[in-house]
Design a protein. Structure first.
Lengths: 222, 326
């Protein structure tokens, strides 16, 4: 595929493997990955429940995802498509989560800001991998070797539960931050920003304003 | 009479199709976009999405893990009747939604807004939404399911006549910029714009414009059709492609629907029907025939009817119950 570099990466990656990743690399993952989003963060960090996995020994890859899945009557699992949910909403829990779990790969939709990356990703030796699309749910589904476990389903429901997935060349993902704390999406925003004034030429801001509004379309809303 | 069993079975099959099979019109348009995209990362994204559609069909697996918030649009020919009546029909659609959520499987996205209660079946208070439309002739019903994403890409604003077309353009661009960055809107998308109506109708006009009209359709008002072309072009000239990467495909198409509004206002809504534009349609006949299609064909002349045969102070028009058909 064109000039993009493809990388196979373990979900318990070495520090060197993480350091080697470059913005825009296409990544395929091998090993155990777990889903955790607001439900899991709240339960683990605010309600102080014991995390039912040995982290980061088992996995250093936190997927911001709720799968399209079911639990069968015999207790087995069927997982169909998996795609990510937007990560910026989880910034308030992530620093503590990383410190507690040693997560080095945060996988989701849309990435975080370079401020987040520089503030707590880089000090924890962590990078952000974005899903592609969004979302390539069926493609990612093929990378699931099996579902290892589902934790906290009773407490949180299927969509918020902690799913543990065995990945086999699961992907594609795109490297969206690096160990400099640089952000792929902000880099692309900056390139696009040059053209924005021209596209907006002649348009007028609404006569009725809204509190908290920006009139600079090169700003972000996250 | 259309049997309730036929309705439920068809509805379950529609849920499956919507989640798994990308509609032809969107698929063709995305293939075309992938051929002409020149941003390196954007091109990779579009090609991955095209691969994803194939894998979803082969594996009978939902295209996207976020299977959206399933909803129903039901249209009745004026002579249609349903076994057990409308309450039975609603129950059948709710059951089909629950069954399909478990069987496909779909992600059980629907929760209580405060208590976050999840029935694990996409059914709850007010969910799935079921909306109705009617046509002057026919003994059939059309079942349409749409599984639209539910978080980003949509906005509403009360504009005023003095905002004019330049104000409409501004809010359109603002919405694309706000939700296009980082690909929050999961573009390239079918952008639906609702103009006019009261606030709630403005939102549903825009949502219907994005989800119930196919790529390439045009509003019958020639000036609105020109705006649709112009807005599509404008959105694609930002320089932003899939995932907010540099590229030239943000808007697969732009559909505008209008409704009459308060004389002082010009409310506007913008909606994005994403890379997994999930919709499926079937027409059910009383003899048990079911015809599947992907074009909802919702916006008929009757749906866009402008007025009623009416003259003030004429007693012959004050008791009339049938409306002009166009």
């Amino acid at each position: 595929m064109s000039g993009l570099r493809e990388v196979r990466l373990s979900t318990t990656p070495t520090a060197e493997a993480v350091a080697d990743l470059r913005l825009g690399d296409i990544v395929y993952l091998d090993g155990l990955m777990y889903t955790a989003r607001e439900g899991v963060y709240k339960r683990a960090l605010e309600d102080k429940a014991n995390i039912p996995m040995d982290l980061p020994h088992d996995s250093a890859a936190n997927f911001h995802c709720s799968p399209a899945a079911r639990i069968n009557a015999d207790g087995s699992f069927d997982m169909g498509a998996v795609t990510a949910t937007a990560s910026f909403r989880f910034a308030k829990w992530l620093p503590e989560w990383m410190e507690k779990t040693g997560a080095r790969l945060i996988i989701g939709k849309g990435g975080m800001s370079s401020k987040d990356y520089k503030g707590y990703f880089v000090p924890n030796g962590a990078v952000y991998l974005s899903t592609v699309g969004y979302g390539t749910g069926a493609l990612l589904g093929r990378g699931i070797e099996h579902v290892e476990a589902v934790h906290w389903n009773d407490e949180l429901g299927l969509a918020q539960a902690m799913w543990v997935i065995k990945c086999n060349k699961m992907g594609p993902f795109i490297v969206a931050s690096d160990l400099n704390g640089d952000c792929l999406f902000e880099r692309e925003n900056a390139k696009i920003a040059k053209n924005v004034a021209k596209v907006y030429e002649g348009t007028t801001p609404a006569v009725l304003k809204r509190y908290g509004e920006t009139n600079d379309p090169t700003d972000e809303v996250i | 009479m259309i049997s309730i069993e036929c309705i439920q079975q068809t509805a379950e099959s529609l849920m499956d199709k919507a989640a798994i099979e990308i509609p032809t019109d969107y698929h063709h348009a995305l293939k075309k976009a992938a051929r002409t995209e020149d941003g390196e990362l954007s091109t990779f994204v579009l090609k991955s999405m095209l691969d994803n559609y194939e894998v979803a069909k082969e594996d009978r697996c939902a295209m996207c893990g976020d299977t959206g918030v399933p909803r129903w649009f039901v249209k009745f020919g004026n002579e249609a009747s349903v076994e057990g009546g409308m309450v039975a029909l609603e129950a059948a659609l709710r059951r089909a939604t629950a069954n399909a959520t478990h069987n496909v499987p779909l992600r059980p996205n629907r929760v209580h807004p405060l208590w976050r209660t999840d029935h694990n079946n996409n059914v709850g208070i007010g969910a799935p939404e079921i909306e109705y439309g009617f046509e002057p002739e026919g003994d059939w019903i059309d079942l349409i399911t749409v599984h639209k994403g539910g978080l980003f890409g949509t906005d509403y604003r009360m504009l005023f006549p003095s905002d004019g077309i330049q104000g409409i353009k501004r809010f359109y661009l603002d919405s694309l910029m706000a939700f296009g960055k980082r690909g929050l809107a999961c573009q390239p998308a079918i952008i639906g714009i609702g103009l006019g109506g009261s606030k709630d109708i403005c939102m549903s006009l825009g949502k219907r414009a994005s989800t119930l009209r196919v790529v390439g359709s045009r509003n019958p008002d020639p000036e609105i059709a020109t705006l649709e072309d112009e807005f599509k072009e404008l959105g694609n000239s930002i320089g932003m492609g899939a995932m907010g990467f540099v590229g030239k495909h943000m808007v697969i198409d732009c559909n505008i629907e209008v409704g009459y509004c308060h004389t002082g206002g010009m409310p506007m809504s913008v909606h994005a029907f994403c890379l997994s534009s999930r919709r499926a349609v079937a027409r059910l006949f009383p003899d048990g025939r079911v015809e599947y299609r992907t074009d909802p064909d919702w916006f008929t002349p009757y749906q866009r009817r402008e007025t009623i045969e009416w003259e003030p102070n004429n007693p012959n028009t004050t008791t009339t119950t049938t409306e002009a058909l166009t």
